[in-house]
Design a protein around this ligand. Structure first.
Ligand code: GLC
Length: 426
């Protein structure tokens, strides 16, 4: 089947975000931050208080960390040595879904089973030692309403999680009950933080002048240190739940994806930019291009591989495309389909960069952007082609000379290290 070149160009165009639109997105993002902080329901971002500020860097001691927020759950025993230094003493990772064996994520699963499974992981890192007292920091990467560092109530699942009996509950109470059931009364969960907050804590432990922490992975979200200038409130990290930002013009593929998702109407920005969704967007766009009504199952890993194929004959891209569509495409067609994949990735990075610019505008008011570091964790940032360059290009585009003040670093010890720091601060 020959590809309709004109139609392909149109679809690529549908993923293009021009500079003026991007500027507007950054401004709307800033406005929503302000509204969200003031509790105005017109904001599409939750702006959740985390009840923790930045670490001093002097935090020390042995702690447990739990990282629960994606398809893999991790439990760690960590020794904080101060000054950015730490050692992972033991680490256990397990998937929450094992095809055909168990599934602790779908709507058919229950809170008790999910947390029993997680408590089992913690038991492995403490080697079933039920004597030594441990404080545990929990990186729980879903929107949670907090009234203090311990008390985090899951507002709603995101990222297509659907386990019954967790929404509306205090997650550490569920964890504590599961630990009690296995006799691990010596493990005391003391802090719950979002993964963005964990990333920021970990990065700030090592590098001062870091005020923004972000996850760019299966999900996408950002936090920052809110100074609460001019109020009596102390500076605190705010988990924005920026994946909920909704003031971006969607393409028709974004609309189809949203309508078919677990939570239609929610997490609109996340569904345009995150790793969980980019492959789905590509599948929808390609089905439209080919006039097919079959549902393809491209993943963002496929997108990366398609874009990265630099062989002259594009045989690697052709193989992936054939695997999913059953069609064999010629070299020039593969080049077009590479451009389509690139357009989805580039749009993602541009939107994420615009959201960072929105935060910088909020933090600086009309002042100059000071030298600082933005810490990012996640496989999309770390591994997908074009993402790092596009973030930088978009900063240059939107910030001009000020872009040089911003350093972006990969912080991939976030969830474990950040959780231990939070446990220590608690
Ligand atoms: C989703 C969650 C958010 C988390 C992000 C990255 O957006 O709602 O809490 O930080 O995924 O894991």
């Amino acid at each position: 089947m020959a590809i309709d070149k004109e139609k392909c160009a149109e679809i690529i165009e549908a993923f293009d975000v021009r500079q003026d639109a991007l500027r507007k997105i950054a401004e709307d993002f800033q406005a929503d931050m302000r509204k969200g902080l003031a509790g105005d329901p017109a904001s599409s971002m939750r702006m959740l208080k985390s009840y923790v500020g930045l670490p001093t860097g002097k935090e020390t001691g042995e702690f447990l960390a739990l990282d629960f927020g994606g398809t893999n759950v991790r439990a760690l025993r960590i020794l904080l040595k101060g000054g950015g230094d730490y050692e992972v003493l033991k680490k256990v990772t397990k998937p929450l879904v094992f095809e055909g064996v168990y599934d602790f994520v779908s709507a058919a699963s229950e809170a008790k089973d999910q947390f029993d499974f997680i408590a089992g992981l913690i038991d492995e890192v403490i080697e079933e030692n039920h004597e030594t007292p441990y404080l545990l920091g929990h990186t729980f990467s879903f929107p949670s309403a907090q009234t203090n560092l311990y008390d985090a109530r899951l507002i709603t699942w995101t990222k297509e999680f659907a386990t019954k009996g967790v929404e509306g509950e205090i997650v550490n109470d569920l964890l504590k009950a599961a630990l009690d059931r296995i006799g691990a009364l010596n493990v005391r969960p003391v802090a719950v933080i979002n993964d963005t907050v964990a990333t920021l804590l970990a990065a700030a432990y090592k590098t001062p002048d870091t005020y923004i922490g972000s996850i760019y992975a299966t999900g996408q979200n950002t936090c920052y240190l809110e100074p609460f200038t001019g109020t009596s409130e102390r500076a605190m990290i705010i988990n924005m739940e920026s994946g909920g930002f909704s003031k971006i013009m969607p393409s028709k593929y974004d609309e189809i994806l949203d309508a078919a998702s677990e939570k239609a109407g929610e997490q609109r920005m996340e569904k345009m930019v995150a790793g969980r969704y980019m492959g789905v967007l590509y599948s929808l766009a390609l089905a439209d291009l080919l006039g097919s009504d079959s549902a393809y199952n491209f993943t963002s890993i496929d997108l990366s591989a398609i874009v990265e194929d630099a062989y002259l004959d594009r045989h690697l891209a052709a193989e992936i495309l054939e695997r999913e569509t059953g069609e064999r495409f010629s070299q020039p067609e593969c080049v077009l389909l590479q451009q389509l994949a690139a357009a989805i990735i580039v749009r993602s990075a541009r939107l994420v960069a615009a959201s960072y610019v929105g935060i910088l505008l909020h933090l600086t008011g009309n002042g100059e952007i000071t030298e600082q570091t933005i810490a990012i964790d996640g496989s999309v940032y770390e591994k997908m082609p074009l993402v790092k360059e596009e973030l930088r290009n978009t900063f240059d585009e939107l910030l001009g000379a000020d872009a040089a003040s911003i350093r972006i670093v990969l912080e991939n010890d976030g969830s474990g290290l950040g959780a231990s720091i939070a446990a220590c601060i608690a």
